[in-house]
Design a protein around this ligand. Sequence first.
Ligand SMILES: C[S@@+](CC[C@H](N)C(=O)[O-])C[C@H]1O[C@@H](n2cnc3c(N)ncnc32)[C@H](O)[C@@H]1O
Length: 237
Amino acid sequence: MERDRRAHWLETGTALHYARAAARVGLWASERVMIERHFRREHRLLEVGAGAGRAGLGLLRLGFTDLVITDFSPAMVEMARGVLAEAGPGWEDKVRPADMTGLPFPDGAFDGVLAAFNALMCLRGRADREKALAEIRRVLRPGGRLVFSANDRERGDNREAWARHAPEDGLEPGERWHDSPTSPVFMRSCTEEEMREELEAAGLRAVGSALSSELAEDGPAVRAFAGVTRLYAAERP
Ligand SMILES: C[S@@+](CC[C@H](N)C(=O)[O-])C[C@H]1O[C@@H](n2cnc3c(N)ncnc32)[C@H](O)[C@@H]1O
């Protein structure tokens, strides 16, 4: 029987892992470079697949306060509210449940969207990614930007393992079940070319792409949490 590709995100143990990351890892130096390059402090921003608020907390602390922080998982939403309530007055009110394949926001409502650390890569597959990118495009105003990160199977930390990896039945290239500190997690690792094609097909124009290690020197906690990953920026024309 096909395993449920979303179940991992609904577990309290997984949400706790991400809450620890909010406290111990925080916003990566490389994420900060991309965020400050593509978003301004007066922008209205949406975070999708926000987990327990790790990046959202970093944004708020940097002064990007017009922010809506969302995740589809009730466990993540609850954990993010807990993390943010501890960090700033009323910050927990910025957290809302939302599935990025059907966003509950009007067209053109945001100047920027953030999908940090594989939020787009852990969807159930291509159909969900297409829906999510279409939804992100819809809620961005023209000229608005999406910033996100995705594991790079050609240039990231696991490139040698990926080069040896045989495609699995029923999975697309780059899709794989990984072990995690809680249950197995379904994840995609893409090439830069594949990602550019998906962005273009969704009507988004790639405006930036760099490995995290090319942007900044992330500390050991970040390297242990995420390794070297690729950060992208795309614009709604
Ligand atoms: C790899 S975690 C990243 C969490 C967070 N962005 C971070 O940087 O710590 C991916 C997140 O995407 C969320 N997610 C998965 N599918 C989603 C969907 N369809 N809509 C919204 N969030 C989703 C998961 O619940 C999880 O919190």
